[in-house]
Design a binder for this molecule. Structure first.
Ligand code: ATP
Ligand code: MG
Length: 416
C-alpha cells in the first residue's frame, strides 16, 4: 500500500461540498468585478520566486520545494501566485497599452512548512492582481472584492479587516533608520530571527509573534507617523473610499508586508476563531514588482486567500453546504431502455440525476434514493410507460403524481 507524502492530503466526500461552493463564489464574484482568470504554471524557474518574493523571506529561505532539473535548471513548485502572474505580465507584455488589467487565479500552492492544523504543504489559494493604475480607487476595489468574497461564503461576520500603509521608497528609508535605531537599543530582548532581521528586514520585527519582540515593538515608531505627503494622501483616500463603500476596517500600524517592493496599502482579513493561524487572506500594493522582474514601471496590487483555512473556518462556524442531487431515477430491467434515454435527456438539462446500477427491487431502489438525498424520484415503471408517463415523487413531502413524459421537463423546471 502507498501512503501520501507528508503534509499532503486528499480532499473528497462531504468536504468537497465546501470547496465547490467556494469555487463557485470565486468564479462568479471575480468576474462580476471585471477580473478575468489567469492560469499560470505550477512550476517556474526558482529565480522567479527568489526575485519575486524576496530571498530573505521565510518562503524562499526555508519553504520552497526547489530542485535541480535533469538539464541543470533550478526549478520550484510555486509557493504563491503573484510572482508567477507578474512573470507572465512581463513575458507576455501585458503592460502594453492603456487601461487596467485585472486578473484572478485559483489553484494549489506548495510550501515545505511543518505540517499542522491549517498548514499544509499543498494548499489552495484564490488571489487577484490588478495592474496599471496607482489610484487609491483600485486599492478600495480590491479590498471590497476581498470582503465581498467572505460575505458570499457566509462568514463575513467572523472576520475583521485590518489595513495599514507601509510608505514608499521616498519615505520608508528614513523611517527604517529610525526603526533600526530603536530596535538596536533593545537587541538583547529580541528573538534570534529578529536579531537577524535587524539588518536584513527590520520592518518584519513589528509583526513578530514572539512575546518578547511584541513587547519591544509595541513602543516602536510606526510608518504611518512618517508617511510622505503623497503616501498620506493615498492612505486617506483609500480609507475614505472604504468608508463610503460601507466597509469597516481597523488601522493596524504594526502590520507589515516586509518586502521592499511593497508600497503603501497593506491589508489582512483576520479571524479570532483560530488561535495560531489567524490570517485567512492578505494583500498589498506592489508598484515596484513588475520592474523587479524585468518589466517597466507598472503599478499593481493584489491579495491571496488560503482556501484550506477558509474551509476550516466555515466548518467551525457551523455552516453546511450540501451538494444535493436533484433527481434519483428508478428503473427496472424491463424499462431500462426508456429509462436510460430519459436519464440522458434530464442530465442534458443540467439537472443532477443518478440511478441504481443494480436495477434492484422498488423497495431497495427507494431506499437508495432516500440515502442519496435527492429532491425528487422519477419512477420509470412498465405500467406508467404504458400510459406514456412516469411517477414523480417529491421526497420532501412524499407526494406522488403521474406525469406524462411530454410534460415531465416542464413540471421539473417549475420545481427545481
Ligand atoms: P502565515 O503567517 O500563516 O504563515 P503567510 O504570511 O505565509 O501566512 P501568505 O503568504 O500571505 O501567508 O498567504 C496568504 C494565505 O495563504 C494565508 O493567509 C493563509 O490563509 C494561506 N496559507 C499560507 N500558507 C499556508 C499553508 N502552509 N497551508 C494552508 N494555508 C496557507
Ligand atoms: Mg507562512
Amino acid at each position: 500500500m502507498f501512503r501520501k507524502v507528508r503534509g499532503f492530503r486528499d480532499i473528497y466526500g462531504e468536504e468537497i461540498g465546501y470547496w465547490r461552493k467556494i469555487e463557485e463564489v470565486i468564479y462568479s464574484l471575480s468576474e462580476s468585478f471585471g477580473y478575468s482568470e489567469y492560469k499560470m504554471p505550477v512550476l517556474e524557474k526558482a529565480e522567479v520566486f527568489d526575485r519575486g518574493i524576496g530571498s530573505t523571506t521565510d518562503i524562499v529561505e526555508k519553504e520552497m520545494f526547489a530542485f535541480e532539473d535533469r538539464n541543470g535548471d533550478l526549478l520550484a513548485l510555486r509557493p504563491e501566485g503573484t510572482a508567477g502572474v507578474v512573470r507572465g505580465v512581463v513575458e507576455n507584455k501585458l503592460y502594453a497599452g492603456s487601461g487596467v488589467k485585472k486578473y484572478y487565479y485559483y489553484g494549489p500552492m506548495f510550501r515545505r512548512e511543518r505540517p499542522q492544523k491549517g498548514r499544509y504543504r499543498q494548499f489552495y489559494q484564490y488571489g487577484v492582481e490588478a495592474f496599471g493604475s496607482a489610484s487609491p480607487l483600485v486599492d478600495a476595489e480590491v479590498i471590497q472584492l476581498l470582503c465581498s468574497f467572505f460575505d458570499k461564503c457566509g462568514i463575513g461576520e467572523f472576520l475583521r479587516l485590518e489595513i495599514n500603509s507601509i510608505g514608499c521608497p521616498e519615505c520608508r528609508p528614513g523611517y527604517k533608520n529610525k526603526l533600526i535605531e530603536y530596535f538596536s537599543k533593545y537587541e538583547k530582548e529580541l528573538c534570534e530571527d529578529c536579531k537577524r532581521r535587524l539588518s536584513t528586514n527590520p520592518l518584519r520585527i513589528l509583526d513578530c509573534k514572539v512575546p518578547g519582540c511584541k513587547k519591544v515593538a509595541s513602543d516602536a515608531p510606526v510608518m504611518i507617523d512618517y508617511l510622505c505627503s503623497e503616501c498620506r494622501k493615498h492612505f486617506d483616500s483609500v480609507k475614505y473610499y472604504l468608508e463610503i463603500s460601507g466597509i469597516d476596517y481597523d488601522v493596524n500600524p504594526f502590520m507589515v508586508r516586509g518586502l521592499d517592493y511593497y508600497v503603501r496599502t497593506a491589508f489582512e482579513m483576520i479571524t479570532d476563531k483560530f488561535e495560531a493561524n489567524s490570517t485567512v487572506g492578505a494583500g498589498g500594493r506592489y508598484d515596484g514588482l513588475v520592474k523587479q522582474l524585468g518589466g517597466p514601471d507598472y503599478p499593481g496590487i493584489g491579495f491571496a486567500v488560503g482556501i484550506d483555512r477558509l474551509v476550516n473556518l466555515i466548518k467551525e462556524a457551523g455552516l453546511t453546504y450540501e451538494e444535493t442531487l436533484d433527481i434519483f431515477m428508478v428503473m427496472f430491467p424491463e424499462t431500462v431502455d426508456a429509462g436510460l434515454k430519459l436519464l440522458k435527456s434530464l442530465r442534458d438539462e443540467n439537472w443532477g440525476v443518478d440511478m441504481d446500477f443494480e436495477l434492484g427491487s422498488m423497495k431497495s431502489q427507494l431506499k437508495k434514493a432516500n440515502r442519496s438525498q435527492a429532491s425528487y424520484v422519477v419512477i420509470v415503471g412498465e405500467e406508467e410507460l404504458g400510459k406514456n408517463a412516469v411517477t414523480l415523487k417529491n421526497m420532501t413531502d412524499g407526494e406522488q403524481q403521474l406525469v406524462l413524459l411530454d410534460e415531465l421537463k416542464n413540471i421539473l423546471s417549475q420545481k427545481l
